[in-house]
Design a protein around this ligand. Structure first.
Ligand code: PLP
Ligand code: COI
Length: 341
């Protein structure tokens, strides 16, 4: 199969329309068989549940070309599970796990020409999503839904790739106590838009959100979980009921323990202990691991000892091992890699 003529190494994190997308409709209490289509437009009622009351959730995962030329994706079963959790919380129908994985495989296969070549630094981002498509005007769940998957080739999420970024402690909250911070609901991202625009205007790459109840503990950013490395090389990552259970973070915890022999602490992380850490990174599908060089808390600068020039040493080891597993250079734990073709 011939690849598209794309300047893979210079891609940013943006949308590029690819050839095919997957669509399945939920009507009369059941999902149809689902199809691949060339049509990238969606026609829905002006009163659709998604348009009126934001009844929508999504997922994000990537397809990679491995060193030996296969196309694979990383732990799609966990994205399927998380979308089930999101759907239940938003009173949407569950899209079955096996159907989700098959749909990912079919959509990637149909867009194989857009999967970036090994070594290009780019990947194919896969975006499954679901929304209420039938009219609702009283506040209640829709009766009909659409599940779709599109793909788009992407480069690094942050400009500069692996260069450390500067982030700020946000005055806005991303999630409410007992709210929807732990699922991938579109509404969580809508409410972070003003905060991210403000942060960008002030020259910061991202926000560090605090726990909404006490505002003393570190939660996550708008699109990634945090990892910290202590001066004695432990991995510390925030534990909270109001952050997204990142698949990358859960994988890194395993990699740190089982591949690198590190000690790992999943616990509450207080804002006032940040100055004790040696390294900090943002982890997620889009972010991979993006190093943080400086955190600014209302004028107080917390400069990580790893500095602003490159990724910290331990973060780099985690990065190399995780991406090594994803790209087939390092043997993966059983069940982590789904071969597509
Ligand atoms: N936190 C938020 C708010 C996110 O949007 C994401 C991205 O999916 C993550 C964390 C990282 O999750 P994952 O590693 O599963 O991509
Ligand atoms: C992802 O990492 O897949 C996300 O959904 C995060 C988003 C900010 C792009």
């Amino acid at each position: 199969m011939e690849k598209k003529n794309i300047d893979w190494s210079n891609l940013g994190f943006g949308y590029m329309k690819t050839d095919m997308r997957y669509v399945s409709n939920f009507k009369d209490g059941k999902w149809d068989d689902g199809v691949l289509t060339e049509d990238s437009n969606i026609v829905i009622s002006e009163c659709a549940g998604v348009l009126q009351y934001a009844q929508t959730c999504f997922e994000g995962l990537k397809a990679y070309t491995t060193e030996d030329g296969k196309i694979v994706c990383f732990r799609p079963d966990l994205n399927a599970d998380r979308m089930i959790d999101s759907a239940k919380r938003l009173e949407m129908p569950v899209f079955p796990k096996e159907k989700f994985i098959d749909a990912v495989v079919e959509t990637v296969k149909a867009n194989a020409a857009y999967v970036p070549p090994y070594g290009s630094g780019a990947t194919l981002y896969i975006r499954p999503y679901m929304f209420g498509s039938s009219p609702v005007i009283g506040v209640k769940p829709a009766d009909e839904y659409q599940f779709r998957i599109f793909t788009t080739p992407v480069g690094p999420y942050f400009k500069g790739g692996a260069k450390p970024i500067v982030i700020k402690v946000s005055d806005f909250d991303r999630a409410a106590p007992n709210g929807t911070g732990n699922i991938k609901a579109g509404l969580n991202y809508a409410m972070s838009l003003h905060a991210i625009v403000t942060a960008h205007e002030e020259g910061y790459a991202e926000n560090m959100y605090l726990d909404p109840k006490t505002r003393t503990k570190v939660e996550e950013t708008g699109g990634a979980n945090f990892i910290f490395i202590t001066k004695d090389n432990k991995l510390v990552t925030p534990k909270s009921d109001s952050i997204l259970p990142s698949i990358t973070r859960r994988s890194l915890v395993y990699v740190a323990k089982e591949y690198l022999g590190m000690e790992v602490e999943e616990r509450e992380v207080y804002l006032d202990e940040l100055e004790n850490f040696a390294e900090c990174g943002l982890c997620g599908t889009a972010a991979v691991i993006s190093p943080v060089g400086k955190i600014v808390d209302h004028g107080k600068e917390i400069c990580l000892p790893s500095g602003m020039d490159e990724m910290g040493e331990v973060t780099k080891k985690l990065y190399d091992t995780l991406t090594g597993i994803q790209m087939g250079r390092i043997e993966a734990p059983k069940g982590w890699i789904k071969v597509i073709e």
